[in-house]
Unconditional design. Structure first.
Length: 79
């Protein structure tokens, strides 16, 4: 949604989050939680979780969180 403030988080406090569009343009990144203001951006965004900024992986269950204006939009289990 355009003109919204989003917060993305992981249940693993050290996870590195990247928010990008489908073409790979990175909008925001950093250690959980990550905030992003969508501005005029509409359409699909990608929400990546890695163990570090070098795209490390780990086979551990985690929960993803997405909030906008203080309201949780998604609570997804990833295994």
């Amino acid at each position: 949604m355009a003109n919204k403030q989003y917060s993305f988080a992981s249940s693993v406090a050290t996870d590195y989050i990247t928010i990008a569009n489908t073409s790979g343009t990175i909008y925001a990144s950093g250690t959980t939680p990550v905030s992003w203001s969508s501005g005029a951006v509409t359409g699909t965004i990608k929400y990546y979780i890695h163990t570090n900024s070098a795209c490390g992986t780990q086979n551990v269950s985690r929960t993803r969180y997405i909030a906008v204006a203080g309201r949780v939009l998604a609570d997804c289990q990833r295994r």
